[in-house]
Design a protein around this ligand. Structure first.
Ligand code: AMP
Ligand code: GLY
Length: 426
């Protein structure tokens, strides 16, 4: 098979790495990729291409399957473009991608289908939202969300009325998230532990669940400080009991897939439910319509089945009799970021030690913001690398990931020392 992967982060490096291990995969193209992806087995980089250019490339080169990492292309309709041309792609149509593209759409959808989620209201006018906040109808803390795509940064948790009014101002008046802030969702603050649950869906009502994971969105240890794209993640079976997984399938995943079908927007691709495990059971915080990043970096290393086959079956609407096999081992990914991230940060710092880390067993370094300069790897983004380790126990996986990280250096390297802390033995 020839496979085209769209995107440039750690998630896409994990996809390219896993696909490269498949006997069925002969060649992988990645647009636009990064320096680590350029060096991956069987892989060639393409420049950044428009959706139309991606389709033309796939047709000209006889690409057997296209996999899309980032949500924006899916929301913009890359799935429809490929499907109309009869070219296999894993990912939803623009209509189905609204589950991620509009938080207001997702909330109303969940209400229509009795899928558990926080109580909410939607506002188009800042004055009406402010009146509602001041009316005493919401308890604090309260959660304000920009409706549209905001790179994971459009959610603001507000401790009191003053913070909520300031957040409303940022989203709807200062328009810090652009047109994503045309509408606002105000919702109840849920308490509990978070978990990410992804399935492959084939658009015909069949799903293949993946193993659970948990990411760490905040920049500082102990989950403090501003949200980032994700500072690390881990995956282990014990994160969700078999009963809880079944409940998530029955109460959330299957009603979502059925509801989308009944509304005439069948969902095919990777469906990601961001969950809060509350005292009343699992509730949906958000949907994503693609692999999570950095969740993909801990889930794909645990997959024993052939990824290319699974993704092709999802693209063909053919998952009815498919199951995926997973190793029971735990996986941990620790993200190394540039100094200053998620604020401004320098670029072009030399990265050393990658070859030493590459020699370590059961450890992979996924590149995110890297490029090549004069034959060397240099930093080119805020999240630079994600070091993933696999081991029989979570504690061992954590130790291994951090020993890999100790090999790697660049000026100002920052990473959280406490990834997976909620589940460690000590
Ligand atoms: P989202 O992008 O909607 O997943 O939100 C980003 C993060 O904000 C989530 O991972 C949660 O940590 C937090 N969050 C979102 N919605 C809520 C909520 N209703 N209650 C508590 N925390 C929330
Ligand atoms: N890790 C959460 C996301 O990919 O949106």
């Amino acid at each position: 098979m020839k496979i085209l992967v769209v995107g440039s982060g750690g998630r896409e490096h994990a996809l390219v790495w896993k696909l490269g291990l498949s006997d069925r995969v002969r060649e992988i193209y990645c647009s636009p990729g990064n320096a680590g992806i350029a060096a991956a087995a069987k892989t060639r980089l393409l420049p950044q291409l428009s959706l139309r250019q991606l389709l033309d490339f796939a047709v000209d080169q006889g690409v057997d399957l296209t996999v899309v990492g980032p949500e924006a292309s899916l929301v913009d309709g890359v799935g429809d473009l490929f499907r109309q041309a009869g070219v296999p792609l894993v990912g939803p149509s623009a209509e189905a991608a609204r589950l991620e593209g509009s938080k207001a759409f997702a909330k109303d959808f969940m209400a229509r289908h009795q899928i558990p989620t926080a109580a909410y209201r939607i506002f188009d006018e800042p004055a009406a939202a402010e009146r509602a906040l001041r009316s005493g109808r919401f308890d604090f803390p309260v959660v304000l969300k920009a409706d549209g795509l905001a790179a994971g940064k459009g959610v603001l948790i507000c401790a009191d009325l003053q913070e909520a009014v300031a957040a409303l101002d940022r989203i709807m008046i200062a328009r810090r998230f652009g047109t994503a802030g045309d509408r606002l969702v105000i919702e109840e603050f849920l308490q509990g532990e978070e978990a990410s649950f992804m399935v492959l869906a084939d658009g015909a009502g069949n799903v293949v669940p993946m193993v659970p994971s948990q990411d760490h969105k905040q920049i500082f240890e102990g989950d403090r400080g501003p949200n980032t794209g994700g500072m690390g993640a881990y995956s282990m079976d014990g994160l969700l009991s078999p009963d809880l997984r079944q409940r998530i399938l029955d109460e959330i995943i299957l009603p979502t897939v059925d509801g989308m079908n009944r509304e005439g927007r069948p969902f095919a691709g990777i469906l990601y439910a961001g969950l809060m495990l509350t005292a009343d059971g699992p509730q949906v915080l958000e949907y994503n319509v693609r692999f999570g990043d950095p969740e993909a970096q801990v889930i794909l290393p645990r997959l024993r089945s052939d990824l290319a086959t699974l993704l092709l079956q999802a693209a063909r609407g053919d998952l009815a009799s498919t199951q995926a096999e997973w190793t029971p081992e735990a996986a941990v990914c620790v993200v190394a970021a540039a100094e200053g991230y998620p604020g401004s940060y320098p670029k072009g710092q030399d990265i050393s030690g990658l070859a030493n880390a590459a020699r370590m067993e059961n450890l992979v370094v996924f590149h995110a913001g890297t490029s090549q300069a004069g034959g060397r790897f240099v930093t080119s983004g805020g999240r630079v690398l994600g070091v993933t380790a696999l081991a029989p126990s979570l504690d061992d996986a954590v130790r291994r990931a951090y020993s890999g990280l100790r090999e790697i250096h660049f000026d100002g390297i920052y990473y959280r020392r406490d990834i997976a802390y909620r589940r460690l033995a000590q």
